[in-house]
Design a protein around this ligand. Structure first.
Ligand SMILES: Cc1cc2nc3c(=O)[nH]c(=O)nc-3n(C[C@H](O)[C@H](O)[C@H](O)COP(=O)(O)O)c2cc1C
Length: 138
């Protein structure tokens, strides 16, 4: 098996309600657990930032499905790489939305609003990693 990590950001096609986010996470967690994919999703100010980790073919197929989802547009891959291990193994899909930790991390990056399009690949990866340790309940 070839393990890969894919990071992307996108813009929600409309403001997401809690129940919209619950729907997305419910599907993601069900599906991902059946195919051994894990990762982390952040949402705020209409932007999504997501990491997907798993088997190469599975992650590619999943990304194409996700990219086709009308709940977001303007999807942009930040990075795609082969990895030795999954760093989000505890979460079929972790989640973090706006919170004190979220704002503090953005501030370190000089952002007042969540803008993953202005993050480097390393900044986006570190952001997801740190928020995995400070998740929002959903
Ligand atoms: C921002 C975002 C992230 C998503 N993440 C995942 C995911 O990690 N795994 C997944 O299976 N579906 C995810 N989805 C949902 C897929 O786009 C799609 O609805 C789903 O794969 C269809 O699964 P189903 O045919 O089993 O309903 C996501 C959707 C959005 C908008």
């Amino acid at each position: 098996m070839k393990l890969v990590r894919l990071l992307y950001y996108s813009r929600a096609s409309r403001e997401m309600s809690l129940s919209d986010l619950k729907d997305i996470l419910g599907t993601a967690r069900d599906n991902n657990s059946s195919v051994d994919v894990c990762g982390m999703l952040c949402y705020d100010k209409r932007y999504f930032l997501q990491a997907l980790e798993g088997d190469r073919e599975t992650v590619n197929e999943l990304y194409l499905d996700i990219a086709d989802d009308p709940r977001h547009d303007d999807i942009v891959i930040i990075s795609y790489e082969e990895v030795n291990e999954q760093i989000f193994p505890q979460w079929q899909m972790g989640y973090a939305g706006s919170s004190a930790e979220f704002s503090a991390l953005l501030k370190e990056l000089g952002q007042s609003d969540f803008s993953p399009r202005d993050m480097t690949q390393m900044q986006a990866f570190n952001f997801l990693k740190k928020m995995a340790g400070a998740q929002s309940e959903l």
